[in-house]
Design a protein around this ligand. Structure first.
Ligand SMILES: [Zn+2]
Length: 132
């Protein structure tokens, strides 16, 4: 899905506004249509500085993952940090949600889910249909 608005290339506010509304919005070059995530000032393919917004389906496949034991708080649970190949053609770093360690497989299908973490909504990934 495409929206008509144009984003400032170095402004990630549109991304976070999308997340707050339960949408994964990506920057798409207005000249060559390359999807760029994270946003950058200039398109690495054609040099354009004009960007449009594309809504991602949020679907993709697990490229790689690790269990992070580096605690952000003394009682924090380890997190599964994932690298997802989105169907849109970009990689996305996030955490896996609601998936047991023995269920994780490289290339497994995943989809975005928007979860409140502390006081911030974050785009996390889970199995299709597992975003409760
Ligand atoms: Zn471009």
């Amino acid at each position: 899905m495409t929206t008509a608005s144009t984003v400032s290339p170095w402004d990630d506010a549109i991304f976070w506004e999308g997340v707050d509304g339960g949408r994964l919005l990506l920057a798409r070059c207005a000249r060559c249509s390359r999807i760029q995530h994270p946003p950058s000032p200039m398109c690495p393919s054609c040099g354009s500085v004009s960007w449009d917004v594309q809504e991602s389906s949020g679907k993709g496949r697990l490229h790689s993952w690790i269990v992070s034991h580096h605690p952000s708080r003394p009682d924090a649970e380890p997190r599964v940090v994932v690298l997802v190949d989105l169907d849109d053609g970009v990689r996305f770093v996030s955490n896996l949600h609601n998936v047991q360690l023995d269920e994780i497989q490289v290339d497994m299908p995943v989809e975005v889910t928007f979860q409140l973490v502390g006081d911030t909504v974050l785009p996390l990934f889970t199995r299709p249909g597992g975003g409760t």
